[in-house]
Ligand binder design. Structure first.
Ligand code: ADP
Ligand code: MG
Length: 260
């Protein structure tokens, strides 16, 4: 009988189970003569249903890491497996397909189209799918409802507050029903109450099984997640579960409402 390597077997099983598996990833950027080493050997597993907050100083590699998780970019070396598929080996076209099906993105700047309503902004990512027009509208309306914005479907971005615009951006990220939501400083431009309102939405979505990875520079915001990774100089320096995390819904009851 051929010898079976038990540790290899265990690794294979773990790789299949992890939603996202990052193995010794390095990322270099070539800038003219210089070479920036943005990720220096990152390994981590993220399971289905997790809510991970990423913290770390500016330049520590957080966005580079997120771009890789979201298949916007590939590692220079090492492997990234998304649902067991080695993303590092896919070409640009395949990456785009995986991204559209599996990942929703939310950024600090909401990047909404100005002359386009909340509903139409939300619908945009469905234009690259084969879903028919009526169903696209349904899905956009459903996504807006998930962020509590059904009443503002016909509003333009200029008629909405920053928090409302960010909720549209979240709806837009959800419209293709991704299994992963990646948010890079989604509360960076928002006041503290509005930030907690956004975290309330993210916690509710995570309760519904959506896996979330969020970058934030605010400690208070990171505490709403279930796990915190701290990046330093392109490496993960700390990886801790959060026990007894606050529920944003409850925190909101203790915060004054802002009149504007
Ligand atoms: P963070 O999000 O933690 O601030 P980044 O991942 O954006 O960090 O950047 C990590 C390092 O990589 C920094 O030194 C940054 O200047 C560099 N970097 C990021 N993106 C690029 C790029 N597209 N081209 C060249 N260098 C980059
Ligand atoms: Mg960044």
């Amino acid at each position: 009988m051929p010898a079976v390597n038990q540790s290899e077997l265990t690794q294979e099983t773990a790789a299949k189970q992890a939603l996202m598996r990052v193995e010794d990833v390095h990322k270099y950027y070539e800038l003219g003569e210089t070479r920036v080493h943005a990720l220096r050997g990152v390994s981590v597993d993220i399971q289905h249903g997790e809510f991970v907050a990423i913290m770390g100083a500016s330049g520590s590699g957080k966005s580079t890491f997120m771009n890789m998780l979201g298949c916007l970019d590939r590692p220079s070396s090492g492997r990234y497996l998304l649902e067991g598929v080695d993303v590092s080996k896919q070409d640009k076209k395949a990456l785009a397909r995986i991204r559209n099906q599996k990942v929703g993105f939310v950024f600090q700047g909401f990047n909404l189209l100005a002359r386009t309503t909340a509903l139409e902004n939300t619908e945009l990512p469905t234009l690259y799918t084969r879903i028919d027009k009526a169903e696209r509208r349904n899905r956009a309306a459903e996504a807006l409802a998930m962020v509590g914005l059904s009443d503002l479907a016909r509003h333009f971005p200029s008629q909405m507050s920053g928090g409302q615009q960010q909720r549209v951006a979240i709806a837009r990220a959800l419209v293709n029903r991704p299994s992963i939501l990646l948010a890079d400083e989604p509360t960076g431009n928002l006041d503290s109450r509005t930030s907690v309102e956004i975290m309330e939405i993210l916690q509710n979505l995570n309760d519904g099984e959506l896996t979330i990875v969020l970058v934030t520079h605010e400690h208070d915001i990171s505490q709403f997640a279930k796990r915190v990774l701290i990046f330093r100089d392109g490496r993960i320096r700390k990886d801790e579960p959060l026990l007894n995390r606050p529920r944003a819904t409850q925190v909101l009851r203790t915060l004054p409402t802002i009149e504007d």
